[in-house]
Design a protein around this ligand. Structure first.
Ligand SMILES: C[S@@+](CC[C@H](N)C(=O)[O-])C[C@H]1O[C@@H](n2cnc3c(N)ncnc32)[C@H](O)[C@@H]1O
Length: 589
């Protein structure tokens, strides 16, 4: 974005009553962040996808949008891109402040029939999808900021649905009253999901709460659409004897604020194994009642992309946002499948954008945490330069993992030590890679330091390098794929995945290398999705072909013949493994 320093004014909420917490602060202005187009799905070759998704461009030629980034930053960016007042319907299902991690179950493909891995729980690799651990005050501030920005994006006739449960609904209702005004409240919907146990020790939990607010008194509302759509289906099911008459009655009258919709069950076709996935029927109901065809729908806590999926099926335009890369991949995969199955749709195209380079940030904090654990480091908050102390007494400096250790980094450490003449402890420098000159410099430095103890000839302020690239640092061993890419005939390419290995999956399965072949007889079981761009420009991956197996247990084919241009072209193959790690292999043919 050219003018990213531009500040955008935000209206301060004036509503009463108000909830108070430590550190409460409204958002008064925001600014957008750099947006990078990273993947495009355009099976109908509309060639509409634009690099910077500005509303006035998209309005002429819409394609749907997936954003990978923190939603506060994405919402600010949407405002800058001209989406103020353009969103007709918002549904959000934010983290619940429930003090537990939500996990995604990851199963390898094709191993069910082999029995072995399925039965011991090894094939289920628990992947933390996001941490739902919040301190109350932080949670309120977090929600407050997002709700304020969402209001700016919402159209005058627009609606917002906020999905909560009994633990948070009362707080967020007061927040919503402040941001949208008490008059904005139209309903508190009780979603009775029917499933779930009963217990002797507590009341069995059978419902969530969905707050429905509008921005003004003049809002889109068509509950009869629900009746029409569900009615047809219910009559069909009654006729075939599947539906009981009492249940059917619920669906054959104008909707009330109690919605009986089963939660996703283990066999459901729409299931993605995203722990907090909501049923499409729930979103279908929200969308039918509170939007018209072609309206724009936004979900900035999109998870597995249920809102996007339902919007796509109902002919609405959509925007999905999530901070988690797994969520982006699950949603992308889900929407590709839906679009491929649609005979007719006005909106067959979507693009994935990264906002403010979030990947790198996650990677950095995660790697830092791992290093801290691995090397027995205690963080020292009071030291503004060093990151911590090792149990063995050395000072620790962690070099930013986005660059290898350089002489300049070392010089900065020396400058700092010069400010601390009494400091005689050794310094451990942790980095991811290092420049070649570094080793010689360290050797030199270490030799020059005065003796700490002349008897043992131990010198002070010795530098010790821990280069994570040298150590077998699990989280940084990337997956490796070997792919044959060959032109056959004048306009065809043959692609064959000849080998694939994910050290992280193997590590998490805790397999000995020798056991690998026995336990994972087909390496394709580690592969989730294969995507091909037959005319790769080196920058944006355009999904021309995708192999997304229908069922969890099916393997990708791994071998493809695709049409390509007769002229020389660059073919790119993206292999995504079951943990969401991506490997890109390209070749000019
Ligand atoms: C309860 S889940 C949503 C599930 C979704 N309704 C579905 O049907 O799959 C909440 C999602 O919000 C995402 N999230 C949490 N904090 C976020 C943030 N600051 N920005 C964007 N997404 C966030 C999480 O990664 C998670 O995917």
């Amino acid at each position: 974005m050219k003018d990213s320093a531009k500040k955008l004014k935000i209206t301060t909420p004036k509503g009463r009553p108000m909830l108070h917490w430590v550190g409460k602060k409204p958002i008064e202005e925001v600014q957008g962040y750099p947006t990078q187009l990273i993947e495009a799905f355009d099976p109908k070759q509309t060639n509409k996808i634009i690099k910077i998704p500005e509303y006035k461009e998209l309005e002429k030629n819409w394609h749907n949008l997936l954003f990978h980034g923190d939603n506060k930053e994405v919402l600010a960016t949407l405002l800058e891109l001209g989406f103020r007042g353009k969103v007709d319907l918002i549904y959000i299902d934010p983290p619940f402040a429930s003090n537990k991690d939500y996990m995604r179950k990851v199963e390898l493909r094709g191993l069910k029939d082999l029995g072995r891995i399925e039965e011991d729980s090894e094939s289920i690799i628990q992947q933390t999808m996001y941490e739902d651990i919040w301190k109350r005050d932080e949670y309120f501030q977090f929600m407050y900021e997002r709700l304020i920005l969402l209001k700016e994006l919402l159209a005058e006739t627009g609606s917002i649905y906020v999905h909560l449960d009994y633990r948070m609904v009362h707080y967020i209702k007061v927040l919503m009253d402040e941001v949208f005004g008490e008059d904005g409240l139209k309903a508190e919907i009780v979603w009775n999901y029917e499933t779930g146990g009963v217990s002797k020790n507590e009341y069995g939990k059978k419902h969530d709460n969905i707050l429905f607010y509008t921005k003004s008194a003049n809002f889109t509302f068509n509950p009869q659409n629900i009746l029409e759509k569900r009615g047809e289906e219910v009559l069909r099911r009654l006729a075939t004897g599947v539906e009981s008459a009492t249940r059917a009655k619920n669906d054959l009258r104008l909707p009330t604020d109690v919605w009986r919709i089963p939660a996703i069950n283990a066999m459901a076709l729409e299931r993605t194994d995203y722990a907090t996935q909501k049923p499409e029927r729930l979103l279908e109901k929200v969308i039918l009642a509170s939007s018209d065809e072609d309206d724009l729908i936004l979900d900035c806590f999109m998870g597995s992309g249920t809102t996007c999926a339902a919007a796509q099926k109902l002919g609405r335009r959509w925007i999905g946002v999530d901070v988690n890369k797994g969520a982006i991949q699950v949603t992308s995969k889900r929407l590709q499948k839906i679009i491929k199955g649609q005979k007719e749709t006005k909106y067959p195209t979507f693009a994935i954008y990264k906002v403010n380079n979030y990947d790198l940030r996650i990677l950095k904090t995660e790697a830092k945490e791992l290093a801290i654990q691995q090397y027995g480091i205690t963080k020292v908050k009071t030291d503004t330069f060093f990151d911590g102390l090792r149990d063995s007494g050395e000072l620790v400096k962690i070099i930013d993992f986005n660059h290898p250790l350089t002489l300049l980094d070392l010089q900065l450490i020396v400058d700092e030590l010069n400010k601390r003449p009494d400091e005689d402890r050794d310094v451990v420098v942790i980095s991811l890679g290092r420049e070649t000159k570094v080793d010689a410099w360290i050797e030199e430095w270490n030799k020059k330091q005065p003796y700490k103890d002349t008897r043992t000839k131990k010198r002070m302020r010795q530098f010790i390098i821990f280069d994570l690239k040298d150590k077998n640092f699990v989280s940084y061993e990337p997956s490796k794929a070997e792919v044959e890419i060959k032109r056959i005939g004048k306009d065809k390419v043959k692609i064959k995945i000849t080998s694939f290995i994910s050290p992280t999956i193997i590590k998490r399965l805790e397999l000995e290398p020798g056991l690998l072949q026995k336990k994972i007889p087909d390496l394709r079981s580690m592969i989730d999705v294969v995507l091909v761009d037959t005319n790769y420009d080196g920058e944006v991956f355009k999904i021309g072909f995708s192999d997304v197996p229908e069922k969890q247990n099916d393997l990708v084919k791994g071998e493809y013949e695709l049409e390509i241009s007769e002229k020389p072209t660059k073919v790119a193959v993206k292999v995504i493994d079951m943990l969401g790690e991506e490997v890109l292999v390209t070749k000019e043919v």
